[in-house]
Design a protein around this ligand. Structure first.
Ligand code: PAF
Length: 280
C-alpha cells in the first residue's frame, strides 16, 4: 500500500492508474478503523480495480463543543488494517493541506433543507462540513465510485444529493451497517461508553427492530411508533434527540401509505452520541 499526505501525490498516482484504464473506488474515513470500515473496503472490490482510503478528522464538521480534539486517532493501527484490507493508496492529509486558509475561511458546500433536519438540528453546521470535505476529497481523488456506510444514513442522503446537484461524476454506493453480536452498530464513538452504558447501548437497535416489526405487521400510525421508541429509550437511560419513521429517499415525514421507509434514531448515553437506523 502506498501512502500520500499531499493532494499532488494523490493526483499523480490516480492519473497513472487512469492511464491504464483502471477504475478507482474511494472510501473516505476519519480513521480509528473497525470492522465496519473494513466492510466498506470489501464492498469497494465489487466496483473497481484500485482502492483509495482517506483518513482525515475534518474540523469543519465538528461543533465548538464537540469531540474534535478527543476523537480517537490510531494512525499506526489504521495503516495496518487498510493494507490488510487491500487498499492501494492511503491519503492522510493534515488540516493545512485540506484547508490552507484555515477551515473557518474555506469555501463551503451547502445542501439546504436535508442538512437542517434530524441530526442537522442538533449539530448545526455538521452536514455543511461533511459536504464540503467530501466534495474536496472527490475533487482530489476523482473516484469513479465512492462507498459510504448506511449507518450514517442522513450523511449518505446529503452526499447523494450534493453529488447529483453539483453534477459530480462519482457513483455513490451505500454499504450495510456492521453490528456487534448484540446488535450495537459499530462506531468509533462506542469507545466513549462505560461498561454499564455499553450494556444499555444495544437497546437502540432493539427499539428500531421493534418499530420495524410493527411497520411490517401493518402499523401506520408513525407518530405513535416515534413516541413509543423515544419513550423506551428515555426509560433505558438515553437522552433522545430523535426516534422517527421517515421516507427513505427524502427523509421527510412519510405519506400515510408510504412503504419506502427508514426508522432513524439518535440518542446520547453518557459522553457518546449514538445514531442508528433500519431501512424497510
Ligand atoms: O463518515 C465519516 O467518517 C465522515 O463524516 C466522512 C464521510 C469521512 C467525512 O469526514
Amino acid at each position: 500500500m502506498q501512502t500520500a499526505v499531499t493532494i499532488h501525490a494523490v493526483r499523480v498516482q490516480v492519473a497513472a492508474w487512469r492511464k491504464h484504464g483502471e477504475r478507482v473506488v474511494f472510501v473516505p474515513t476519519m480513521g480509528n478503523l473497525h470492522a465496519g470500515h473494513v466492510s466498506l473496503l470489501e464492498a469497494a472490490k465489487q466496483h473497481g480495480e484500485r482502492f483509495v482510503a482517506s483518513i482525515f478528522v475534518n474540523p469543519m464538521q465538528f461543533g465548538p463543543n464537540e469531540d474534535f480534539n478527543h476523537y480517537p486517532r490510531t494512525p499506526q493501527r489504521d495503516t495496518g488494517m487498510l493494507a490488510a484490507a487491500g487498499c492501494d493508496l492511503m491519503f492522510t492529509p493534515d488540516v493545512a493541506e485540506m484547508y490552507p486558509n484555515g477551515a473557518d475561511l474555506a469555501a463551503r458546500v451547502e445542501v439546504p433543507g436535508i442538512s437542517e433536519i434530524l441530526c442537522g438540528k442538533f449539530r448545526p453546521g455538521h452536514f455543511q462540513g461533511v459536504a464540503t470535505v467530501v466534495a474536496k476529497l472527490f475533487n482530489i481523488v476523482t473516484p469513479d465510485v465512492a462507498i459510504f456506510g448506511e449507518k450514517d444514513f442522513q450523511q449518505l442522503v446529503v452526499i447523494r444529493r450534493m453529488t447529483a446537484d453539483l453534477c459530480l461524476p462519482v457513483r455513490i454506493v451505500g454499504a450495510p451497517t456492521v453490528r456487534e453480536s448484540d446488535g450495537l452498530a459499530m462506531s468509533s464513538r462506542n469507545q466513549y461508553l462505560t461498561a454499564e452504558e455499553r450494556r444499555i447501548a444495544p437497546i437502540i437497535y432493539r427499539e428500531l427492530t421493534r418499530a420495524r416489526d410493527a411497520l411490517l405487521a401493518g402499523a401506520r400510525d408513525f407518530a405513535r411508533l416515534d413516541a413509543l421508541g423515544a419513550r423506551a429509550l428515555e426509560a433505558a437511560g438515553f437522552t433522545v434527540d430523535y426516534f422517527c419513521v421517515r421516507d427513505r429517499l427524502t427523509l421527510d415525514a412519510p405519506r400515510p401509505g408510504a412503504h419506502e421507509l427508514v426508522i432513524l434514531a439518535a440518542a446520547r448515553l453518557g459522553r457518546a452520541r449514538l445514531i442508528d437506523n433500519i431501512q424497510l
